[in-house]
Write a protein that binds this ligand. Structure first.
Ligand code: FES
Length: 88
C-alpha cells in the first residue's frame, strides 16, 4: 500500500506536559489541525498516528516536522530537514 506524503506541520518541536498513565495520540501525517495531536485527518493517507502512554509526568518535545527518527519525540532532524543537500 502506498502512503500519501507526510506534511511538515512545523519547523520546531512542540513542548508539551504529559501526565503519567494518560494515553496520547501523536499526529504522524502532519495534517491534523490540532498539532501535535491526531484529529483523524490521516484517514485515507495510509499513515497511522503514534499512540503512547506516558510513563511519568514529564515535559517533552514532540516532533512537528514529522521527519524525526524517534517518533513521537523530536530528535533534532528539523534542524537539517530544510537545508539544501551539499553538492558532491
Ligand atoms: S520537530 Fe521534527 S525532529 Fe524536531
Amino acid at each position: 500500500m502506498s502512503h500519501s506524503p507526510v506534511h511538515r506541520a512545523g519547523n520546531r518541536p512542540a513542548r508539551v506536559e504529559l501526565r503519567e498513565g494518560q494515553t496520547y495520540t501523536w499526529c504522524a501525517c502532519g495534517r491534523s489541525a490540532n498539532q501535535p495531536w491526531c484529529d483523524g485527518s490521516h484517514q485515507g493517507t495510509g499513515i497511522d498516528p503514534v499512540v503512547f502512554v506516558a510513563e511519568r509526568d514529564d515535559t517533552v518535545f514532540l516532533c512537528l516536522c514529522k521527519s524525526t527518527g524517534s517518533p513521537p519525540l523530536c530528535d533534532g532532524t528539523h534542524n537539517k530537514a530544510c537545508k539544501p543537500d551539499k553538492p558532491d
